[in-house]
Design a protein around this ligand. Structure first.
Ligand SMILES: Cc1ncc(COP(=O)(O)O)c(C=O)c1O
Length: 394
């Protein structure tokens, strides 16, 4: 399945082969650790190969992992994908496979917190020089390139504050120096941002979010534009023991089938909620790139084909007690880590505590919302009651 088919068609068909499966629409779930070989020659061939359709051990790959990976690769238009146990494991795989001791890596200052912690603890411990850069650096990123810069890591829009990066400018600058680019494309998914078309070499996705889509499984996937990068990633994944469980892979693949319609609705609902928030006196700023007037809107309109349901607001100055009064009483927007499921979520944020390359200056406290598939009128009513509590707690 090539990218010449439109994305919704790819979502419905990629990674399944009914004719090879007794006519069943969906691929079976192979529960397997041991793979049996009929001959020593077949055993030797399986061990020597990383190609699809040749299996050596459950951890290395199965028809179930390949079905999901094939669908993701078709959607992204890349050479291949590698499934792992979580989004953070996907970040870990990409960074560890592509870096070595003595290398310098540039990571956006708005990267997901645990990505930073992985870089600062594990990568640094293994001798990689980690430096954070302004997400809005654009082609100016080249001023930070050193002789040993091996990789630029992007996440756009950024975690918590949703800065939209100039991905083509950054990846073009990197390419002229032979530097690889890796993008966390979880927010947009391949549906709303064509990473490889914008010059990215490797994508990471927390498939836990919109791909799984139902808050019931952890999953990560790494995509590679070129075969040689895929081979490097796959070889490292095999060496490091990265893999995902078959039932979770099945859920992720099933999630893909409806991801297009879910994302459309997330986007519609999020825009309605964001517009309402923009007009509220308690809100200083809405940080939703799809919303006209939001920071990064022009860049988003230029490079993206849609927006998901995750964004933040900056409140007018308010005490921690007021924010807690608002959030503690929410009925539909529940507090919990993650996002990308069908349900709405809300969290207080503290971007100023995480950044090191830039300073986060905002009028008041930050709140991140994931707008789910509920009726937006009910979501707005929930937020309105929250603002009543916020004011009452002043
Ligand atoms: C942008 C981003 N990348 C990666 C991850 C990690 O994904 P997981 O929770 O599946 O490990 C998250 C999780 O919230 C995320 O928000």
């Amino acid at each position: 399945m090539t990218r010449s088919r439109r994305p919704d068609t790819v979502l419905a068909h990629a990674g399944r082969h009914p004719r090879a499966n007794h006519g069943m629409v969906n691929p079976p779930v192979y529960h397997s650790s041991t793979v049996l070989w009929p001959t020593v020659a077949a055993m030797d061939q399986a061990h020597a190969s990383l190609e699809s359709g040749v299996y050596s051990y459950g951890r290395v790959g199965s028809p179930t992992s390949e079905a999901f990976e094939e669908a993701v690769a078709a959607l992204e238009g890349g050479h291949g994908a590698i499934s792992v146990s979580s989004g953070l494991a996907a970040v870990n795989l990409a960074l560890t496979a592509l870096l070595k001791a003595g290398d310098h890596v540039l990571i956006t200052d708005t990267a997901y917190g645990p990505t930073r912690r992985y870089a600062d603890s594990v990568l640094a411990r293994y001798g990689v020089e980690v430096e954070y850069y302004d997400p809005l650096a654009g082609e100016g990123i080249q001023e930070l390139f050193r002789a040993n810069t091996q990789l630029v890591y992007l996440e756009s829009p950024g975690s918590l504050t949703f800065e939209v990066q100039d991905v083509p400018a950054i990846t073009a600058a990197a390419r002229t120096r032979g530097i690889l680019s890796v993008l966390d494309n979880t927010w947009a998914t391949p549906l709303f941002f064509d990473a490889f078309g914008h010059g990215v070499d490797v994508t990471v996705h927390a498939a836990t979010k919109y791909m799984v889509g139902h808050s019931d499984a952890m999953m990560g996937v790494v995509g590679a534009r070129e075969k040689r990068t895929w081979l490097k990633l796959k070889t490292h994944a095999v060496q490091a023991g990265h893999c995902a469980g078959p039932d979770d892979l099945y859920l992720a693949q099933r999630g893909l089938r409806t991801m297009g319609v879910r994302l459309q609705r997330h986007q519609e609902n999020a825009l309605k909620v964001a517009r309402w928030l923009q007009a509220r006196p308690e809100v200083a700023q809405v940080l939703y790139p799809a919303l006209p007037g939001s920071p990064g809107h022009e860049m988003w309109a230029h490079h993206f084909t849609g927006a998901s349901g995750l964004f933040s607001i900056v409140l007018q100055p308010a005490s921690a007690g007021q924010v807690a009064a608002m959030l503690d009483g929410m009925e539909l927007f529940q507090m919990g880590a993650s996002w990308g499921g069908y349900e709405s979520l809300i969290l207080p944020t503290h971007p100023e505590k995480i950044r090191t390359a830039t300073h986060w200056k905002a009028a008041g406290p930050g709140v991140r919302l994931h707008v789910g598939l509920e009726d937006p009128a009910d979501l707005i009513a929930d937020l309105e009651a929250g603002f009543d509590r916020l004011r009452a707690a002043a």
